[in-house]
Ligand binder design. Sequence first.
Ligand SMILES: Nc1nc2c(ncn2[C@@H]2O[C@H](COP(=O)(O)OP(=O)(O)OP(=O)(O)O)[C@@H](O)[C@H]2O)c(=O)[nH]1
Ligand SMILES: [Mg+2]
Length: 284
Amino acid sequence: MDADTVDAVGQAAEVLVKTSNEFNVPGILLAIGDATGQPVNLVVFALTIATLFAFWVLTRCLGFGGGGGGGSSNTGSSSGDCVLITGACGGGKTAMFQTLRSGEVFLDRTVTSMDVNEARIEVRSEKLGKSKRARLVDLPGHPRLRAKLDRYANGAKAIIFVVDAVDFTSQRRAVAEHLFEILSHPVVQKRRCPIMIACNKSEKITAHPADFVRKRLEKEIEALRTTRGTLEDTGGGESVTGSVGLDGAEFAFEHQRSNKVEAAGCAVAGNDLESVREFIVRRG
Ligand SMILES: Nc1nc2c(ncn2[C@@H]2O[C@H](COP(=O)(O)OP(=O)(O)OP(=O)(O)O)[C@@H](O)[C@H]2O)c(=O)[nH]1
Ligand SMILES: [Mg+2]
């Protein structure tokens, strides 16, 4: 239950207490009992059930208990039309999700997401002159919450991997490990999801260009592939579920057989998200 729901329940409880203080509730119940010819405890029981049902209908209508971002808590697995927004903590996934959803720049968030945000929205690419309805899913970047990918991968049509293009150099190893997890994910491979590396915060003068990020990630993934391969050979490592890159060749995104990978710059700041919108319209 989120803070809004807790507030709403608290307010409803206050109203009930106030109402029962202001009105003679036992007297009303006795009157209903007399009028219907039913025992008072049966009337109380029926009223309680009716109140709970009404409260349940109200909470569903107001959309409480959804995915925290104003959508259903459905994983979208049946329709297979989700565009997953993933990447390390602080890259700007939630800011991007909220901005795409509302059309207004959202840069307020400073806390790390603990839950998934989900919403079905209309995305328009001015460059393509086309729109598309897509279910966007913002997954938390914290390593302990990354298992959420397993829940949503079945419904994934495309993946946006958000990178903080300013802090990229210091985070490149962790970013590459996360991307490696996604590239080797058996469901992501099976579904042949196209992946966009969205190099966010590009409005900053210190942001690295998308091409730099892409090449650097290729190098890091090559290093990971080598160490993980060596660990597996000696029986000491976790098994990697799907293979990444081509055997006998240095890792390059263009060798990725099951997933097409592209990289582009963007900035939630200034709503400079055309590259992301275009990707969603083309691939989502
Ligand atoms: N300068 C700049 N800051 C941005 C941009 N996009 C997001 N931010 C800021 O980056 C910080 C992190 O953004 P979030 O959207 O919370 O990051 P996240 O990827 O959802 O992080 P987790 O939920 O922890 O995985 C916030 O302070 C945002 O305001 C951008 O384009 N430019
Ligand atoms: Mg977030």
